[in-house]
Design a protein around this ligand. Sequence first.
Ligand code: ATP
Length: 298
Amino acid sequence: MQTLLSTNKLTVKFKDLTVLHDINISIYDTKKVIGLVGPNGAGKTTLIHSILGLNNINGGNIKYYGKHNIAYCPDTPEFESKLTCYQIMEQSLLLANKTVENKYKKICNLLNLVGLERFSNRNVQGFSRGMKQRLGIASALILDPKLIFLDEPTSALDPIGREEIIKLISDISTNTNVIMSSHNLDDVQRISSNIIVINEGYIIYQGNINKFMDKFDKNSYISLKNDYFLKKYINLLNKNNIIIKNIDYKKYQIYFNESDFSNVLSILCEYHDGINKIIKNNNSLNDAFINTVRNMEN
Ligand SMILES: Nc1ncnc2c1ncn2[C@@H]1O[C@H](COP(=O)(O)OP(=O)(O)OP(=O)(O)O)[C@@H](O)[C@H]1O
């Protein structure tokens, strides 16, 4: 798997406020969505800006492997108000010093993709924030980037628009690497395979999203009738290589990962004599995130 970029002990300060502390992340060419999540002020935008060279960095370094197009859509893109949608797309190419074949067709297709085809010849003056976000995504995509950073790309969209853009981002990721920062963790959970979690300028997790949820979300569990069955089922689950996350000896409960739920069920179909109840907890990135950040506060 090719590495696109990595940061090594990246540190960024604004005056005497350290906003990013010793950040080590690696972005690989996986053609998937990576969710960048963290509370307000955690440092997500600063991290994106630093990678794009829009911030000074005060320590560490960023290494780019190969010459790849990297595109960016800020959360509130601003455009020259006198230009039309179509002209903004042309300007995006011009500023990146890029030419494309069948430019007219490509621009029209992209405007169509983000739902702005009707506005192609309209000045962007007076565009709503949601329309600007759509245009920002289209003008980033026209650059045919290998990696695209989307900073809160759905924050100004109505529910239908959000649904459309989330689907679009998911589609984009079939041939582009996407890093999407968002506070909407349901969206992130739906389309990301990996996440980077940042809190107060520190990376607290990077990797597979399901592993994060298994680690930090409440787990599924079976509740047993008594101590005899508790011991019996601990053995049974161990024998079947189910990871036991926790055991409540007083309540006779065994906790396990939600991802093991169907395996546990099939084991229990055969041995169900001592079971009081089985509880499935649907993993939620939102809950896992809140648990993680709250734990750090305590
Ligand atoms: N240009 C700047 N000058 C001074 N401080 C800044 C600047 N840009 C960001 N900061 C500070 O850096 C910290 C991180 O901000 P940043 O915008 O990166 O967070 P974020 O995670 O993107 O937040 P949000 O989710 O609220 O958008 C905040 O304390 C912010 O006030």
